[in-house]
Ligand binder design. Structure first.
Ligand SMILES: C[C@H](O)[C@H](O)[C@H]1CNC2=NC(N)=NC(=O)C2=N1
Length: 248
C-alpha cells in the first residue's frame, strides 16, 4: 500500500501515519527527516473502552497459553497498563479463541509466534537506502526501498526503541516480544506484536494448518531455530522426520 502512497505528496504519508490507520504495506518509504516523528505515533490504538470489557472481569492469571510452558501466566512489566493490555491480548493470544496466533512464553513475560512467507525475499532481504539531492538542503529526504517483513519490523523497532528476540531460517521467522527492563510483558511488546501481524499480512504470510505458529515452549533461540528448521520444509535443509538413518 505504501508503494501506492509513494507517489502521494509527503503530507499524505504523514496523514496516514498520524490518523492511526492500520499500517500500510510499506514497500517504498520516503520521508523528510523531520517528519519521521509522525511515524512514531502508534498506528494502532489499543483496545477501545468498549472493547470486550466483560472479558476483563477475569484476572490476567486466567489467560493461559497452551504451549510447552504449560499454564504460563501473564507476567506484566512494572508500570504496564494491565487492563488495556489485557483487552488487546484477547485478540493476540491463541488461547483467547478469537483468532490470535501468539502464545505466552513459559515465563509469561512475553509473546511469541512463528511467521512463514513465500520465500526468503519476502522474509528478509536488506533494503536499499538512498538520499535525494535534497539531502544537503534544509529538508533532507531519505528513500528506503524494501520488500521484506523483517526489515519492515526492524524499522518499527528503531522507531519504538524496542528490539525483538528473533530467529530466521529461509522463509520462516520466529519472534518473541518481551521487555528486559523492567522485565515482563509491556505495552511495547503488545504493540509490536500487533504490528507484526499487520505487516505479515501485507507481506503475504503463508498460513498453514500445521501447528507452526505456536510457542516454542523454550527460551532458547537455538531450540527455536531448530524447531523452525524442522517445520520450514521447503528450504535447503531437509525436513527432519524423527527417524535417524545411519550409514556405515
Ligand atoms: C536504553 C534503551 O532504551 C533500552 O535498552 C531499551 C531498548 N530496547 C529494549 N527492547 C526490549 N525488548 N526490552 C528492553 O528493555 C529494551 N530497552
Amino acid at each position: 500500500m505504501f508503494a501506492r502512497h509513494a507517489s502521494l505528496p509527503l503530507r499524505h504519508l504523514s496523514a496516514v501515519a498520524s490518523r492511526g490507520a492500520a499500517l500500510p504495506k510499506t514497500k517504498v518509504l520516503t520521508l523528510r527527516m523531520r517528519q519521521a516523528t509522525a511515524i512514531r505515533e502508534s498506528p494502532f490504538a489499543f483496545a477501545s473502552t468498549s472493547f470486550q470489557m466483560s472479558r476483563l472481569q477475569s484476572s490476567s492469571s486466567d489467560v493461559v497459553a497452551p504451549n510447552d510452558g504449560a499454564n504460563a501466566k501473564i507476567n506484566f512489566a512494572a508500570g504496564a497498563d494491565e487492563a488495556t493490555l489485557m483487552a488487546a491480548l484477547q485478540d493476540l493470544l491463541d488461547s483467547a479463541g478469537k483468532g490470535g496466533r501468539w502464545t505466552l512464553i513459559p515465563s509469561g513475560q512475553g509473546l511469541e509466534r512463528g511467521f512463514r512467507f513465500k520465500n526468503f525475499a519476502k522474509t528478509w532481504v536488506s533494503p536499499e537506502e538512498s538520499h535525494s539531492a535534497a539531502y544537503l538542503l534544509a529538508s533532507p529526504m531519505i528513500h528506503i526501498t524494501y520488500t521484506d517483513f523483517m526489515t519492515a519490523v526492524s524499522l518499527q523497532c528503531k522507531l519504538k526503541n524496542h528490539h525483538p528476540e528473533w530467529s530466521n531460517v529461509y522463509n520462516t521467522t520466529h519472534i518473541c516480544w518481551t521487555t528486559h527492563n523492567p522485565a515482563g510483558l509491556s505495552g511495547k511488546d503488545v504493540e509490536l506484536a500487533q504490528l507484526c501481524d499487520a505487516l505479515a499480512r501485507d507481506f503475504g504470510e503463508v498460513v498453514t494448518t500445521d501447528n507452526d505458529s505456536g510457542g516454542s515452549g523454550s527460551g532458547s533461540l537455538k531450540q527455536v531455530t531448530e524447531r523452525v528448521v524442522r517445520i520450514a520444509g521447503d528450504c535447503c535443509v531437509p525436513k527432519k522426520t524423527g527417524t535417524t538413518t545411519t550409514t556405515t
